[in-house]
Write a protein that binds this ligand. Structure first.
Ligand code: FMN
Length: 396
């Protein structure tokens, strides 16, 4: 997408020369053996950043995902599939219907701006632009982890977007592991009510936590706590990964626990081990993170296998999706909605219009792909026989 190319140039506008103002301060509240008090990047001379660690980490994540190469060493897996072109589509391009009802709301396009940010000054502007674009285009949006604002109510305003996006399908977001650290239904409801969300995303990021110096290591017993939240929180609960994918056995456990939908957030796009590698304060931590560059389950594999084993479960495909053709493939494999994170973040550093341009390119490409496969609506695309593995022969 063209808009993403120029995003880096605009970064300074939003991040106010972040490298200078928000150094990667060395003090940490807790951690383990990968911690060190010296930095890998020679940050010692920078001004100290006295913001709480959750807030500081969010600012670092924004800077690193925008400034550094954080691409997974894996592909998203969609290149292993091809559509069989239909020379006789038997439908009208202008009548292609891309509407999708998901968790009770109808989207004009089967698209989600995946959970990213909030909790910092930079994030406020980004969230507003993403929300304006989502409202205009009629697509869904997830805010980033709201832990910082649950713990410091003064930060809640950085997540407030309902005023500019009153109609969208809006997802709150909390790290699932917080349920092992004292969070319960009250904190989850707080996140939902804070932004007037329609549903709650609990994200699973075990590998990221393992690679973070300040990460949460206690993941035992989490499924039962997720189940308790599903039954008590009062809104649908969606589980997502953050870029390493969800395998079908895990998806089945989560479905049995009562989750309303799964977002696979598979491998092939933004890699959080790469992000943590760039964040690492010492060479050992950076090297350990680097070993996980090609970890995870490619998004296409997650979608195909979960759709096959749980055909009635609402399913979000995300992780490395970058074009409308890939969106079309994800839906043909069984997804209902497709999420993108980093491309929309890059566009949001430019303007709301840049986000809308990115959405438009996805939408037009998706429509043309549907037309050229003779699938006039998303239900037809989901059931199409015209997506095959690359090496498979043409069906007769
Ligand atoms: C800057 C940034 C911050 C993110 N923060 C969160 C978060 O707070 N919660 C979450 O569930 N996922 C978070 N993610 C992960 C994305 O939602 C998504 O799963 C992942 O980036 C893969 O999608 P992509 O390849 O399209 O970027 C974040 C992604 C980015 C780029």
């Amino acid at each position: 997408m063209a808009v993403t190319e120029t995003a880096r140039c605009r970064l300074s506008f939003l991040l106010l020369d972040h490298k200078e103002r928000h150094p990667l301060a060395a003090d940490r509240t807790r951690g383990y053996s990968l911690r060190a008090d010296t930095t890998a990047h020679g940050d010692d001379e920078r001004m100290p950043d006295d913001r709480p660690i959750t807030e500081r980490r969010k600012a670092e994540h924004l800077r690193i995902t925008l400034d550094e190469d954080v691409a997974s060493g894996l592909t998203n897996g969609f290149e292993q599939y091809r559509f069989i072109h239909q020379a006789l589509p038997e439908c009208d391009l202008d009548a292609i219907d891309t509407r999708q009802t998901f968790l009770g709301k109808t989207l004009r396009l089967p698209l989600l701006i995946s959970s990213m940010t909030g909790g910092t000054a930079e994030a406020t502007a980004i969230n507003h632009r993403l929300a304006e674009a989502a409202q205009t285009a009629g697509i869904a949006l997830g805010v980033g982890s709201q832990r910082s604002a649950v713990e410091q109510p003064a930060l809640a305003a950085t997540f407030h977007i309902r005023d500019v996006a009153p109609d969208i399908l809006l997802f709150a977001n909390i790290g699932a592991v917080q349920l092992n650290r004292g969070y319960g239904v009250d904190q989850c409801r707080c996140a939902v009510e804070m932004i007037g969300a329609d549903a709650l995303i609990l994200h699973l990021n075990a590998l990221q936590e393992a690679l973070q110096p300040e990460g949460d290591h206690q993941w035992n017993g989490l499924l039962a706590r997720i189940e308790a939240i599903c039954h008590a929180v009062g809104v649908p609960v969606v589980i997502k990964e953050v870029g390493w994918g969800i395998a079908p056995n895990v998806a089945r456990q989560l479905a049995e626990a009562g989750v309303a939908a799964i977002d696979v957030a598979g491998a092939g796009g933004t890699s959080w081990s790469q992000v943590e590698m760039h964040r690492a304060r010492n060479p050992l931590a950076a090297r350990v993170a680097a070993h996980f560059a090609d970890w995870g389950i490619p998004t296409a594999e997650c979608v195909a296998s979960i759709a096959a084993s749980l055909p009635t479960l609402p399913l979000i495909a995300s992780g490395g999706l970058r074009s409308g053709v890939e969106v079309a493939k994800a839906i043909a494999l069984g997804a209902h909605v497709c999420g993108l994170a980093l491309p929309f973040l890059k566009a949001a550093t430019i303007s709301t219009e840049a986000v809308l341009e990115a959405i438009e390119e996805l939408a037009i490409t998706l429509r043309v792909a549907m037309f050229a496969t003779g699938t006039p609506d998303l239900a037809a695309l989901r059931g199409t026989p015209w997506l095959i593995r690359h090496d498979a022969p043409l069906p007769m």
